[in-house]
Design a protein around this ligand. Structure first.
Ligand code: FE2
Length: 354
C-alpha cells in the first residue's frame, strides 16, 4: 500500500457558499468546481476550492442521510474527511480493512472527461473519515461525474500555499495511545516525534505519526487530566469530541504570506516581544531576519535537519475550534520542541485578552 499524500480535505459545513466566500477572500483560494444533485452528487452540495496543490472540498448536506448533516449538527463546521492519494484503491481498501479499519464505503469507480478516479472510505478518528483516491488520466478532473469543474478566472488567484503540511488532531484523554496504534498498525505510519508539554499548571501529551512517504502527517494531542483543564479540553467540549484543531498550509515565504493574509483581514496570534529577544540565544541566527519575524509574529524552531517557521491564524469558527496554521520549512522535517509550547502560550494570551 502506497500513500502518496493528502489528495484533498473535505469540510462539512452548514453553508458551503458562505464558507467558500471567506476562504477565497481571506486566504486566496479560488472556486474550481461545484457539485450537487444536478451533477450527480446525491444528498449534498459541494464547492471545490484550490490553491497550489491544496484542494478543499466544502460540503453541505441536503438531507439527514448525508454524513455532513449529522456532522454539522454535532460539531459545527469542521474537517470531515482527510483524503489520501494511493496507487491502488482496491488493494489499499483490502489491506486497511483486513487490519481492522472499519469500512464506510466500498471501492467505486468514477469515469468522465478522460479521467478514471477510484475511491473508497474507511474510518479515521472521531467522526473524521479517510477517502482513498486513485487517479488516472486527465489530471485536471477531481471527482468526475460528481463535481463539475469551473474554468479558472483570468486572474488565477494566489499561490501562497503548496500543500497541506500536517493536521493537528485533538483526542480525549486516554485516546492518544489507541489513535497512534491505529495509524501505525493499520495505515503503516511511523511515530516520528513525541513530547510531553507543560504550560503553567496545564499539560498535554503529543505524538506525531507520518506515512512512509512522509507526505501525510498527523500531530495527535490529548490533555493530561491530572492537571488543570486547558485549551485542549475546551476544544473537545466545544467541538464535541475528537477532531481536527488545525490544518497547516505549507508556504515557501511565510513573512510575505502573513503580510498578504493580514492585508486581507486574517488575524494571527501574537508572540511576546521577549520571544524574539531570546531567539538568537536559543537557536542562533534564524534563516529569516529576526526583525521580520518580530513584525509578523512568526515563530521559529529547529530539529536535526533544519529550521521551521510557524504561525497560527485566529479561529474564525463560531465555536472557536478550527483554525489554519501557516508553516514554512527550511530543512526541518519534524517539529521543534519549543514551538508547540509557544503556540499553546499564544492561544492562552489570546484567551486572556478576549
Ligand atoms: Fe501544527
Amino acid at each position: 500500500m502506497q500513500i502518496h499524500g493528502v489528495d484533498h480535505v473535505e469540510f462539512y459545513v452548514g453553508d458551503a457558499q458562505q464558507a467558500a466566500f471567506y476562504l477565497c477572500t481571506a486566504f486566496g483560494f479560488r472556486v474550481s468546481g461545484q457539485g450537487g444533485p444536478e451533477t450527480g452528487l446525491e444528498g449534498a452540495r459541494s464547492l471545490l476550492l484550490s490553491q497550489g496543490g491544496v484542494r478543499l472540498l466544502l460540503t453541505t448536506g441536503l438531507d439527514s442521510r448525508h454524513p455532513a448533516t449529522e456532522y454539522v449538527r454535532r460539531h459545527g463546521d469542521g474537517v470531515g474527511v482527510i483524503a489520501m492519494g494511493v496507487d491502488d484503491v482496491q488493494e489499499s481498501f483490502t489491506t486497511l480493512t483486513g487490519r481492522g479499519a472499519p469500512a464506510l464505503e466500498e471501492p467505486r469507480t468514477l469515469e468522465a472527461n478522460g479521467a478514471t478516479v477510484r475511491t473508497a472510505v474507511v474510518a479515521g478518528f472521531g467522526d473524521v473519515t479517510h477517502r482513498l483516491v486513485e487517479r488516472h488520466g486527465n489530471a485536471e478532473e477531481f471527482l468526475p461525474g460528481l463535481i463539475d469543474l469551473i474554468a479558472p478566472d483570468v486572474e488565477e488567484g494566489e499561490h501562497l500555499f503548496s500543500v497541506v503540511d500536517h493536521a493537528a488532531v485533538l483526542v480525549p484523554a486516554g485516546e492518544l495511545g489507541p489513535t497512534v496504534d491505529y495509524y501505525r498498525d493499520v495505515f503503516g505510519f511511523d511515530n516520528i516525534f513525541q513530547e510531553f508539554i507543560e504550560v503553567g499548571d496545564q499539560a498535554m501529551d503529543s505524538k506525531v505519526v507520518q506515512s512512509e512517504s512522509g507526505k501525510v502527517t498527523f500531530t495527535i494531542i490529548e490533555p493530561v487530566t491530572s492537571r488543570r483543564a486547558g485549551q485542549i479540553d475546551d476544544f473537545l467540549a466545544r467541538h464535541g469530541g475528537a477532531g481536527v484543531q488545525h490544518l497547516a498550509l505549507l508556504t515557501d515565504d511565510i513573512v510575505s504570506a502573513v503580510q498578504t493574509l493580514e492585508g486581507r483581514g486574517v488575524r494571527f496570534l501574537k508572540a511576546p516581544s521577549s520571544y524574539y529577544d531570546e531567539l538568537e540565544n536559543r537557536l542562533g541566527e534564524p534563516d529569516l531576519r529576526t526583525a521580520d519575524l518580530r513584525e509578523t509574529n512568526v515563530l521559529v524552531d529547529q530539529d536535526h535537519w533544519g529550521q521551521v517557521f510557524q504561525i497560527f491564524a485566529q479561529s474564525m469558527h463560531v465555536r472557536r475550534t478550527y483554525f489554519f496554521e501557516v508553516i514554512d520549512r527550511h530543512g526541518a522535517r519534524t517539529f521543534g520542541s519549543g514551538n508547540v509550547k509557544a503556540l499553546y502560550e499564544a492561544v492562552e494570551r489570546e484567551k486572556a485578552n478576549v
